[in-house]
Design a protein around this ligand. Structure first.
Ligand SMILES: Nc1ncnc2c1ncn2[C@@H]1O[C@H](COP(=O)(O)OP(=O)(O)O)[C@@H](O)[C@H]1O
Ligand SMILES: [Mg+2]
Length: 314
């Protein structure tokens, strides 16, 4: 069995660490090689029996769908979700429409296409986000608005800066948690829930993952795992997270961002290919709380991915 670890050509320091760490973990059990997603990908990849996929920004707007789509075309088995499932998660508006239809709680929302602007607003607080970004891109302290002038300004800003619709969502002032899942079918496991405590950040900073908080205050943010939430809320979260995993046809592993206010759960978004940077990434923190080392986590993901193809000739 020859395994290829597929990754992007242009990696930052964290991503480099992720790729090398995944290789170290898989090497414990299998022969594996690093294969960048570049011009010669289609040719090179046919030499392998299985792909551990870490490619998440292959195209400008369509990011992580390319490698899975090509591998399906070539009939090469791989870890993580397929192109269809990634597409449902790439756009937060689409994901929220799926949540609404399936009665999975999510903050109330509206969205405005380029050229459209909100005309009125009630007395709730809202957050304005670009629906097709990630890593808190486009989210600043000014994204949270409570009057029509600011709302219109932020919607216009998203249109101009990102050339995409603007998602306007009720702002949930509450506890932030992240839910990680591994597995498939009847064997989906929810990892210990991670609480992200912003209350310890310097005064004056916003209490949510703005771009500034996420990228400059990561080490000062307090991560608590398992989260300090009542057992019945935890069980509800696990129920909805598993349901959402199935509804979106996710595979192998995923991570969901959630807020909890007055014991009410609100799913914000789904990361169909969460990063696996040792220590830094949420999912590795959850694994640690479950008593799994980094290598255990990677080998577990590989195991559930391969199991999915059981019965087929690998
Ligand atoms: N409706 C909301 N209510 C409260 N905070 C929110 C809401 N939406 C987003 N946030 C904050 O912004 C962060 C980033 O938003 P998210 O929807 O997860 O996008 P991204 O893809 O950039 O991670 C969240 O982790 C949360 O802290
Ligand atoms: Mg998020």
């Amino acid at each position: 069995m020859r395994i290829a670890i597929v990754f992007e050509k242009d990696l930052n320091a964290e991503e480099k660490k992720m790729v090398e760490s995944v290789k170290n973990a898989i090497e414990k059990k299998f022969e594996c090689k690093l294969v960048p997603f570049d011009e010669n990908f289609m040719e090179k990849i046919t030499n392998y029996d299985f792909v551990f996929n870490l490619s998440n920004k292959g195209g400008k707007e369509t990011k992580q769908i390319h490698v899975p789509a090509l591998l399906d075309l070539l009939n090469i088995p791989y870890s993580s979700s397929n192109a269809y499932s990634h597409s449902l998660c790439l756009d937060k508006i689409t994901t929220k429409i799926m949540m609404k239809y399936h009665n999975i709680p999510t903050p109330s929302f509206e969205y405005f296409e380029i050229g459209e602007l909100p005309e009125s607003m009630d007395d709730k607080v809202y957050i304005v986000k670009p629906p097709r970004e990630g890593s808190a891109r486009g989210i600043t302290r000014d994204s949270v608005v409570n009057n029509i002038e600011d709302l219109r300004e932020q919607v216009l800003k998203i249109h101009k800066e990102f050339n995409q619709p603007a998602l306007v969502e009720e702002f949930i002032d509450g506890t932030e948690v992240s839910v990680g899942l591994i597995g498939n079918g009847e064997e989906i496991e929810v990892l210990p829930i991670l609480e992200i405590d912003f209350s310890v950040l310097p005064e004056g900073l916003e209490r949510f993952y703005s771009y500034n908080v996420k990228h400059n205050y990561g080490e000062q943010t307090n991560y608590i795992c398992p989260a300090r939430i009542p057992n019945d809320i935890k069980e509800k979260l696990e129920f909805y997270a598993k349901k959402l995993f199935k509804v979106l046809s996710l595979r192998d592993y995923a991570r969901m961002d959630v807020r909890i206010r007055n014991n009410e759960i609100y799913f914000l978004e789904v990361n169909s290919m969460p990063q696996l940077v040792p220590i830094y990434s949420d999912i590795t923190k959850m694994a640690e709380a479950a008593g799994m080392s980094y290598d255990d986590l990677i080998l577990k993901i590989l195991e559930v991915s391969m199991k999915r193809y059981k019965g087929e000739d690998l």
